[in-house]
Write a protein that binds this ligand. Structure first.
Ligand SMILES: [Zn+2]
Length: 354
């Protein structure tokens, strides 16, 4: 291989350097403008390697394909060609030829290697992989095409027509079953619809009865809704307290200014009015269930016995008659006209929180 100095320095240095090989003798500028690839670098930095060793090394390398880009590298367009002092046109041409020859040689060698390496195991492996995965991949390789034509080819095993026959039978059976099931289903559906309609009618009747009862109960509850006997008060004595009373406090005290209106807590009938010793002026309101509500210490009484009243209707005013220390309503709740219970609990049970 002929090497040509490319500039005046190389021209003067080249004759002094011993010619031991193309790589050593090759001028430095040529190296710097070589197409930069990893393989080219390895080639150039191995002065002790011969072509056979390089090919073996390349054969052991991963088949990364640099061939295309390397082979298509326009070597003559590299900045090697601009005319430098001392370079004649034939020298430039020869240099270019040498550069391209070197590049083409490498590309050709590696191209042959790389084409050979993937073509045998890699392509077969890829094709086998494709067949095993999909079975429907079109294989253009003749060897693989021959395999595909073989009686037990993997492609035919995966995409054979026998599978379609199975599918066809299954569909036919399914259609038959569907038809029978539809026929039976129609009869069953009619019976089910009749039964469902009967049940629905029965349920509707029951629901209507329940709804009516609930409405009656609701109106009854609403009609018997309790209300607070007065407003603008503060609780001063609870049921069951001991102190001022002979035994214990038998009611709930609502302290309020004298003259504060008192209203019926619930619907009922006035069963007693009048002065009653320590209770002072007292009004008894008897509810439908027999519960007596006692309003005590009143200043005035606005209702008379036998009068029916509704919840919230005024029946008198707050006072301090009887045994009191100040104006307040003493309220008692006596279920069935018996012993008193805690008015606070009675009010709370009936939805009123004093
Ligand atoms: Zn009291």
């Amino acid at each position: 291989m002929a090497t040509v100095p490319v500039d005046s320095a190389a021209t003067t240095a080249a004759p002094a350097a011993p010619y031991v090989g193309r790589r050593v003798a090759r001028p430095a500028p040529v190296v710097t403008v070589e197409p930069v690839t990893a393989s080219a670098g390895r080639l150039d930095t191995g002065p002790g390697l011969d072509a056979g060793t390089v090919d073996r090394i390349l054969a052991d390398l991963e088949p990364v394909d640099h061939t295309t880009s390397f082979a298509s590298d326009p070597t003559e367009l590299l900045p090697l060609t601009p005319a430098r002092p001392g370079l004649s046109h034939p020298e430039t041409a020869e240099l270019r030829t040498a550069g391209r020859r070197k590049a083409v040689k490498h590309a050709g060698d590696r191209g042959a290697l790389l084409r050979r390496m993937p073509s045998v195991p890699v392509l077969v492996g890829i094709a086998a992989l494709a067949v095993s995965v999909g079975g429907a991949v079109t294989v253009t390789d003749t060897d693989l095409a021959a395999q595909e034509a073989a009686p037990v080819g993997p492609s035919s095993a995966l995409t054979g027509s026998s599978g379609g026959g199975v599918v066809g039978l299954d569909r036919e059976e399914r259609i038959s079953r569907d038809s029978s099931r539809d026929a039976l289903g129609d009869l069953a559906d009619e019976r089910l619809v009749e039964a469902a309609e009967a049940q629905a009618a029965e349920r509707n009747t029951e629901l209507r009865t329940l709804a009516n009862a609930a409405e009656v109960q609701s109106k009854k509850i609403e009609a018997n809704q309790w209300v607070l006997p007065l407003s603008g008060y503060r609780l001063t004595a609870r049921y069951g307290e001991y102190g001022l009373w002979a035994t214990y406090h038998t009611g709930l005290d609502f302290a309020a200014p004298t003259g504060t209106p008192l209203v019926a807590i619930a619907n009922g009938t006035i069963t007693s009015t009048g002065y009653d010793g320590a209770y002072g002026n007292k009004t008894v309101l008897t509810l439908e269930d027999g519960t007596e509500l006692w309003f005590c210490h009143q200043t005035s009484i606005d209702v008379s016995p036998g009068e029916t009243v509704t919840a919230g209707q005024q029946i008198g005013t707050v006072g301090s008659t009887g045994n009191v220390t100040g104006p307040h309503l003493h309220l008692e709740v006596r279920p069935g006209g018996g012993d008193p219970v805690d008015p606070y609990e009675a009010l709370s049970v009936n939805g009123v929180t004093p």
